[in-house]
Design a protein around this ligand. Structure first.
Ligand code: ADP
Ligand code: MG
Length: 264
């Protein structure tokens, strides 16, 4: 659906990210997700087919209960489709064992949530390096410093989350997501708990992951201003794709939202 096949130069990378920004970062192939037994449950996703290009920023919008979180979970291998397939790059997630999925998520996917989900007893530094420790990988101190610098928290490495503002805590969560050099960064309303000014900092940071390091960002949001940071907005309604907007503006997104039903 989001296709830009040719004529695009591969991006330069200074940080060890793949320089070939071509092809799809992820794909949902006719995905349906039914919660509950024997098809009597909730049809959270209903025949969703979408391909998201590498090095793009996609916003996912839709009324409350329209399937946005389920979309992210199926795309990221946190949840399995009832029918249909999902892919990260060329890797089909359906048939993978839980162990392999966990490994894939640790290596290729980063998550940022509305509730920052930091561990309160750990310092900023310890929170950020946690994914590497869990994966049993060695710590590259220079890379750790570079990531902290990128999110503007070099001076806060020894602080605990409770000593930081909401925006700073979300920057820690982003640093934690970036430490494994993921191909795809998923955000489920990452600016939902932040004030407007702080939200803009976080959105710029996510935008820089796309523009400077060629990563792919997929972000659920309720906010037309946040959606305008994306290259493309996907609209969901009742578990189905209900539209797409390229090079969105906040005004255009807000206008489209008024036609899609009740928004949380
Ligand atoms: P959104 O993120 O757009 O608000 P969700 O993807 O969370 O929507 O949910 C879509 C639908 O699926 C809703 O009707 C929700 O109640 C239902 N749902 C989500 N997760 C579960 C679950 N684990 N068990 C049962 N129903 C669920
Ligand atoms: Mg949700």
């Amino acid at each position: 659906m989001i296709i830009e096949r040719s004529g695009r130069r591969s991006r330069k990378s200074s940080s060890g990210y793949p320089t070939e920004a071509r092809g799809y970062a992820l794909r949902l192939d006719d995905v349906t997700k039914v919660y509950g037994k024997n098809g009597r449950g909730v049809r959270a996703l209903d025949g969703v087919a979408v391909s998201i290009e590498r090095g793009s920023f996609t916003a996912v919008m839709g009324p409350s209960g329209s399937g946005k979180s389920t979309f992210l979970h199926c795309a990221a291998g946190l949840d399995k489709p009832t029918t249909g397939s999902s892919y990260i790059g060329d890797t089909k997630l359906n048939d993978m064992t839980e162990t392999k999925l966990t490994k894939l998520r640790r290596q290729r996917v980063g998550f940022v949530f509305q509730a920052f989900n930091l561990i309160p007893s750990l310092s900023v530094l310890q929170n950020v390096e946690l994914p590497l420790r869990l994966a049993g990988e060695s710590l590259d101190k220079a890379w750790l410093q570079e990531i902290l610098h990128r999110v503007g928290l070099e001076g806060r490495a020894r602080h605990r989350p409770a000593e930081l503002s909401g925006g700073q805590q979300q920057r820690v969560a982003i640093a934690r997501a970036l430490i494994t050099r993921p191909d795809v960064i998923f955000g489920d309303e990452p600016t939902g708990a932040l004030d407007t000014v702080t939200a803009k900092e976080i959105l710029s940071l996510l935008r820089s992951c796309v523009d400077e390091t060629g990563q792919t960002v997929v972000m659920v949001t309720h906010d037309p201003v946040a959606a305008a940071y994306a290259d493309t907005v996907l609209f969901l309604a009742d578990g189905k794709l209900a539209g797409q907007m390229n090079t969105p503006t906040a005004e255009g997104v807000a206008e489209r939202m008024t036609h899609l039903g009740a928004w949380a």
